[in-house]
Design a protein. Structure first.
Length: 195
């Protein structure tokens, strides 16, 4: 089994898509160990509890937050950031080097970096006049949105597109492709174990 720990700060829309695929038997050999959040009432924690998955809140105000976060994610073969709204420190990234993925709501390297998150990304895309946007699933390194890309999928920007309509289109891509990204890594994980 490939053991997954999810870090989330928000409602966990993509997490629900992953859980639904697990329920449908489409995620063989993959187990979600726990869902960890830096927000006590994050919807993602509720989704985890409803699924019988351990839900852990790590208070970001603690001095030893980074060590506690590493502790909460221990045992993970893969750490999935799903709406995790805090930049991981280098300590965490080094500990799980090559085993952390994130989804970003644009076609990186465009509209990535420190101040690009959530609706700010969609607004910047629309303001730029680009004719397409999308989502990127990438491995996390010590930069912000700079790691190697695993998957990238596009949507067309229509005339009259709004931040809300673009967000919805991109989220549909995320819900479809995040489970697939985990399956791709699980296959690689299995091959490594067999070799």
């Amino acid at each position: 089994m490939m053991k997954v720990v999810v870090l989330a700060s928000t409602r966990g829309t993509d997490l629900q898509a992953i859980l639904d695929e697990m329920d449908d038997g489409k995620m063989p050999g993959i187990e979600i160990l726990r869902v960890v959040s830096n927000v006590e009432d994050a919807g993602a924690l509720e989704k985890a509890r409803a699924h019988g998955i351990e839900a852990v809140f790590v208070d970001p105000k603690q001095d030893d937050f980074s060590e506690k976060l590493v502790g909460a994610a221990k045992g993970a073969d893969l750490v999935c950031l799903i709406g995790y709204m805090k930049i991981l420190d280098s300590n965490f990234v080094r500990f799980f080097k090559g085993r952390i993925i994130n989804v970003h709501p644009s076609l990186l390297p465009k509209f990535g970096g420190k101040n690009f998150y959530g609706d700010k990304v969609h607004k910047a895309v629309l303001d730029s006049g680009d004719k397409k946007s999308g989502m990127t699933i990438q491995f996390v390194d010590e930069g912000v949105d700079t790691g190697p890309i695993l998957l990238q999928k596009e949507v067309v920007i229509e005339d009259g597109e709004t931040v809300e309509s673009l967000r919805q289109k991109v989220q549909e891509l995320e819900k479809k492709w995040y489970p697939e990204a985990i399956r791709i890594i699980a296959k690689q994980h299995e091959q490594k174990i067999q070799n």
